[in-house]
Design a binder for this molecule. Structure first.
Ligand code: NAP
Length: 317
């Protein structure tokens, strides 16, 4: 069987694309990867997704989107895409657990994963004081002290943002010099709620069993370890787009983010569309991802409509 559309990824972008395509009777197949629901399933309450005046838990929001897509006829299957042949249509995908699949259009919404420190106490305290998204979780630290790990533009931007809520924001960075652009550094350095712990490597996140209480760091010159007390730790050391399986097949920037034609979700391969964080390192919000998911569904539908007169049994490469 050849699908009209296969969607890779089940974050807000992929699920929104699924709702739109399913409602357009395109019976999309949605492949759920190793992190069903995407980054929102790693957070707790989502208060900035419009339509939920009292907020909604991240996993519940994603579950609702999935049910909405299923209601209109989207099919979900678990699998891991190992190979994509983009040289001819229908596109062919090798998916671990599902074998070879064929599709006329492909929507890539595999997201980006926040880089983690990979230190003890980090994983188990995600959502209990450890976060990778200041925009999502900063609000919960009103009047508290938080740490932000990283020395790039994201860390500076998030440190400034967090001072709207927290009483003190301390930046922990592993070198004396920051990587961030001068303007972002100056802005952060000019903010008197921001303090600095430079040349320190995070070693362990400490909790009282319920929530984060501190971060153990090691001074890189003296090797002396200390515990910095805190109510929350924001990890802002960059993101990796989940595009390894597409290397060399589709146009990407040097970091692996898929390039799309501005104002659309079109990639350089006709019939392949990208939406959500896999093509966005600027906004990275659930609502912006959902918006581009809608765009990808509409681009995909119109692409097929435009080719409706073509005999799909022909090889179109
Ligand atoms: P980034 O520029 O790659 O910076 C990552 C930071 O995290 C670096 O300071 C790095 O330290 C540190 N780091 C990486 N791995 C670490 C580890 N294992 N332990 C401790 N520290 C670690 O990432 P980003 O800040 O997310 O920015 C990504 C891109 O988006 C950049 O091009 C940036 O300019 C852009 N951006 C722009 C804006 C804006 O203009 N408003 C805002 C956000 C992001 P080292 O410095 O020692 O390598």
């Amino acid at each position: 069987m050849t699908y009209q559309s296969i969607i890779l990824g089940t974050g807000p972008a992929g699920l929104t694309a699924a709702v739109y395509l399913a409602r357009a009777n395109m019976e999309p197949l949605v492949i759920e990867g190793p992190e069903p629901g995407g980054q929102l399933t790693l957070t707790t309450e989502v208060e900035n997704f419009p339509g939920f005046p009292d907020g909604i838990m991240g996993p519940e929001l994603m579950d609702n989107m999935k049910k909405q897509a299923e209601r209109f006829g989207a099919t979900f299957k678990r699998g891991w895409v190992t190979e994509v042949n983009v040289d001819q249509r229908p596109f062919k995908l090798n998916v671990d657990g599902l074998g070879e699949l064929e599709t006329q259009t492909l929507i890539i919404s595999t997201g980006a994963s926040a880089k983690m420190l990979e230190i003890p106490g980090e994983k188990e305290n995600m959502g209990r004081g450890v976060s990778t998204c200041a925009t999502c979780d900063g609000f919960f630290f009103r009047g508290k002290k938080v740490l932000i790990v990283g020395g790039g533009d994201s860390a500076m931007e998030e440190a400034n943002f967090l001072t709207k809520f927290a009483n003190e924001v301390q930046v922990i960075h592993r070198r004396h010099e920051l990587r961030a652009s001068k303007i972002m550094q100056d802005r952060a350095k000019g903010n008197d709620k921001i303090t600095w712990a430079l040349n320190k490597t995070p070693v362990e996140m400490i909790s009282d069993g319920m929530k984060i209480t501190g971060l153990k760091v090691k001074d890189n010159d003296t090797e002396v370890e200390e515990v910095i007390e805190t109510d929350g730790i924001f990890v802002a050391i960059g993101h990796n787009p989940n595009t390894e399986f597409l290397q060399g097949k589709i146009n990407m920037d040097e970091k692996g983010y898929i390039l799309v034609e501005p104002g659309t979700t079109n990639t350089n391969i006709p019939g392949i569309f990208a939406c959500g964080d896999v093509q966005d390192q600027k906004y990275r919000q659930a609502i912006t991802a959902a918006g581009t998911g809608c765009m990808a569904a509409m681009d995909s539908e119109r692409f097929l409509e435009g080719e409706a007169t073509i005999d799909w049994s022909q090889n179109l490469s």
